[in-house]
Write a protein that binds this ligand. Structure first.
Ligand SMILES: C[S@@+](CC[C@H](N)C(=O)[O-])C[C@H]1O[C@@H](n2cnc3c(N)ncnc32)[C@H](O)[C@@H]1O
Length: 244
């Protein structure tokens, strides 16, 4: 019940939430303090558990969370990426989850986040998890930071991303997916993991595109619920990009 009211409080100021990427009551900074005080330094699992427990008991946060997180873990096992991209980092929960599961030597995640405050919080949380060397946080909107994305790929000596996690504002899934495709940043075999593809939150245009382009995106949908709210249905889509 506490999570429900906390979710409603965050949604009450939706315009500001969408503009700033923060709920407006300082919960994201309070989460950072909670993680620094309660999670074991250098232990990603301990950091994830601290964030999940805060998000269930204190304030709702829009992390992928512990209900849908296992689908992300499985996808990482399947694609085993060396070079990965996340669009929408928030406080760093998924970045910690992804980077801690990237097994290849020299593997690295590029985490793009539009909010400067979220970037600061995520950077400290990733550092507390001991994963700074595996994650680069880039501040800005994805479509405005293609320069930094290209530079990252060059530095990684990688022509494209093996794995992409889409978890930013839903109206940007479609245009940013097309940007990735047009810029050759995904290639045959790349995995695309999209959060919030369910009936309530899902982006209609991207859902329709996946349905109508099965030869391009071979997709499996996994049904679950929205983060920390078992009463709201949600799902994730895991797609393999299949064009040459
Ligand atoms: C749902 S949260 C991300 C949660 C995070 N992936 C996790 O699971 O821990 C969405 C985030 O996307 C950011 N965002 C929204 N539009 C963006 C864009 N075009 N480029 C980069 N970040 C964006 C917001 O500021 C917000 O922090």
């Amino acid at each position: 019940m506490a999570t429900f009211f906390s979710f409603i409080r965050a949604m009450a100021n939706l315009k500001a939430f969408i503009r700033t990427g923060q709920a407006g009551d300082g919960r994201e900074k309070a989460l950072l303090d909670h993680v620094l005080q309660t999670a074991e330094k250098g232990n990603p699992q301990s950091v994830l558990e601290a964030i999940d427990s805060y998000s269930r008991r204190t304030s709702w946060l829009m992390n992928i969370g512990d209900d849908k997180g296992p689908f992300l873990d499985s996808a990482l096992g399947k694609y085993n990426p060396r070079v990965a991209l996340e669009i929408g980092t928030y406080c760093g929960y998924s970045a910690v989850r992804i980077a801690s599961k990237m097994q290849k030597s020299g593997s690295k995640l590029l985490a793009v986040e539009m909010s400067p405050l979220n970037c600061q919080i995520a950077t400290q949380i990733i550092d507390h998890a001991g994963l700074s060397s595996k994650v680069r946080v880039v501040e800005g909107k994805f479509d405005e930071r293609l320069d930094a994305v290209k530079q990252f790929l060059e530095e990684m000596d990688a022509p494209f991303f093996d794995f992409v996690f889409l978890d930013h504002w839903k109206d940007r899934y479609m245009p940013d997916y097309l940007l990735l495709k047009e810029n050759g940043m995904i290639r045959k075999g790349s995995g695309i993991f999209a959060d919030n593809m369910g009936p309530v939150l899902g982006p209609a245009d991207f859902k329709k595109y996946i349905k109508t382009h099965p030869e391009e995106l071979e997709t499996e949908e996994f049904k679950s619920n929205a983060e920390y709210m078992r009463w709201m249905p949600d799902s994730v889509c895991v797609s393999t990009y299949n064009l040459d």
